[in-house]
Design a protein around this ligand. Structure first.
Ligand SMILES: [Fe+2]
Ligand SMILES: [Fe+2]
Length: 483
């Protein structure tokens, strides 16, 4: 019976002191008693002792777990734009992009190489954290009788009924279970499968660590905005979904016209963050929602829309999950046959891409992994896409979990790691909108040009179409224009 009680408590994220297990085993309904106690105790409690149970009189209410709010701010204001784009040639360096470098064959050894690379790079970033100085291997940590620090990749992460997290982590040699409290420093964003994190804690009975703190690679607090010399701007759009019946052509045309005005003449770069077209066969019965049911004609329409924009505006396009390219990330640039539908001078890059625009590093990622983050991290919602972006930055990874809704290709190296830190981080995909900042990195989610779909209506998702985030590449000032 004691063994059953110990494992039942463990499932709930609490370790039972053996004395308490003996005490419960002698009661008439040991399991029911344990369940009642688990309901009543503080969910932060990791080890439950007989003293604590005897002190439960009267039984206190179970405290609620409150999700941490992300430290982002959003402000929207118009700006008076002055200098002219035609005075400057575009200056672009593609710093990271899978296009032309894919090595993935999908074999088993690809996967182990891929995750080894992820562990190596992220554990290097973690070792630089003050909190993890003196980190040891899991094997060694379990044999120590004091506070330990380890670095591991999360094999599984389970939320227990008390709100604590039960993890299985592994490093290059061993694995162990880790119990993480629901609140406190260790609860700063839920652990998700396949992320690499540091644990500060103490061993419990040879094979379990009790976490006192989770340490993530994160972004240094002082990451400064490295601005351009010229007062040029970059504007970001996403999720045009051309070809859909719900494509908002009027709004797009207002935007296109505005780009030609004096007010917009400092905008040198227009970055399209994926889902350029609605595509075909992306979801069941999509043909009912299409105004154009030929994917090539959809791209021809976008090509014509881009041709109508000012000639000196540098357009950069990356694909999203609706585009005509492999869905597994990292996605290469749109294929040549499709690029021909666009005017000369458009730059096609992969998803994600790290670009240097006039000296400013811009990380562009369509944002498909947001579909996984919203289900796994209570603080992340579709309404507030920047919350998901902050969680990516904390983990220094654009799509931490493998095997969810985000298909990932096991390339030789993990291209979704955020190794070099950008000054601007742009996403789309959720059809929301947001501008803000996290530790000096400008964050933006680039809205959509598609009205509310039946799927979104069913799931209570309200898109925020026609919002264009704009970043002043010299000062880092971020604002938005509505159309
Ligand atoms: Fe989209
Ligand atoms: Fe998308």
């Amino acid at each position: 019976m004691q063994e059953d009680l110990l494992s039942l408590a463990m499932e709930s994220g609490v370790l039972l002191d053996p004395e308490l297990a003996d005490y419960l085993a002698e009661r008439r309904h040991p399991v029911d008693s344990l369940l009642a106690i688990l309901e009543a105790v503080n969910p932060r409690l990791l080890v439950l002792t007989l003293d604590e149970v005897q002190a439960l009189n009267p039984i206190p209410p179970t405290p609620q777990v409150t999700p941490a709010s992300a430290p982002v701010t959003a402000r929207v204001r118009k700006d008076r734009l002055g200098t002219r784009r035609e005075d400057y040639e575009s200056e672009i360096v593609v710093r990271q992009d899978i296009t032309g470098h894919s090595t993935c064959t999908g074999e088993m050894r690809d996967f182990s190489r891929y995750f080894n690379h992820r562990y190596k790079v992220l554990s290097r970033l973690l070792r630089a954290r003050r909190e993890l100085v003196g980190a040891v291997s899991i094997d060694r940590a379990l044999k120590m009788a004091r506070e330990v620090r380890v670095i591991g990749i999360v094999q599984s992460a389970k939320r227990t009924r008390t709100g604590n997290y039960l993890l299985l982590i592994e490093d290059e040699e061993a694995s162990c279970q880790v119990l993480v409290p629901a609140e406190g420093p260790g609860a700063d964003g839920a652990p998700v499968p396949d992320e690499v994190l540091g644990i500060v804690g103490r061993p419990w009975k040879d094979d379990i660590l009790l976490a006192e703190e989770i340490v993530r690679p994160d972004v240094p607090p002082s990451h400064a905005f490295a601005g351009a010399d010229e007062a040029l701007c970059a504007a970001f759009v996403s999720d045009l979904h051309v070809g859909s019946r719900l494509f908002l052509r009027d709004r797009w045309e207002r935007f296109a016209k505005w780009l030609g005005t004096e007010e917009a003449c400092r905008i040198k770069y227009l970055v399209v963050v994926g889902d350029v077209v609605d595509g075909i066969g992306v979801y069941p019965r999509q043909d009912e929602d299409l105004a154009v049911d030929d994917v090539y004609r959809q791209y021809e329409e976008v090509g014509a829309m881009i041709s109508a924009l000012p000639e000196e505006l540098q357009v950069i396009i990356l694909p999203g999950n609706h585009d005509a390219i492999r869905p597994a990330e990292p996605q290469p640039a749109l294929p040549e046959g499709i690029q021909q539908a666009f005017p000369d001078g458009v730059l096609f890059v992969g998803n994600p891409s790290l670009l240097r625009l006039h000296g400013v590093d811009v990380l562009c990622y369509h944002g498909k992994s947001m579909d996984d983050l919203v289900t796994r991290i209570p603080a992340v919602t579709y309404d507030r896409p920047l919350t998901g972006m902050v969680e990516m930055l904390k983990r220094r990874h654009l799509a931490p979990s493998y095997g969810g809704k985000t298909p990932l290709a096991p390339e030789r190296t993990d291209h979704l790691i955020i190794d070099a830190l950008p000054s601007i981080f742009a996403t789309g995909h959720v059809h929301g909108f947001g501008i803000g900042e996290y530790r000096g990195i400008r964050l933006l989610n680039a809205s959509t040009w598609q009205g509310q779909t039946a799927f979104q209506r069913m799931h209570n998702i309200s898109p925020k179409p026609g919002m264009v985030p704009i970043v002043d590449l010299k000062t880092g000032e971020t604002f938005a224009q509505a159309f």
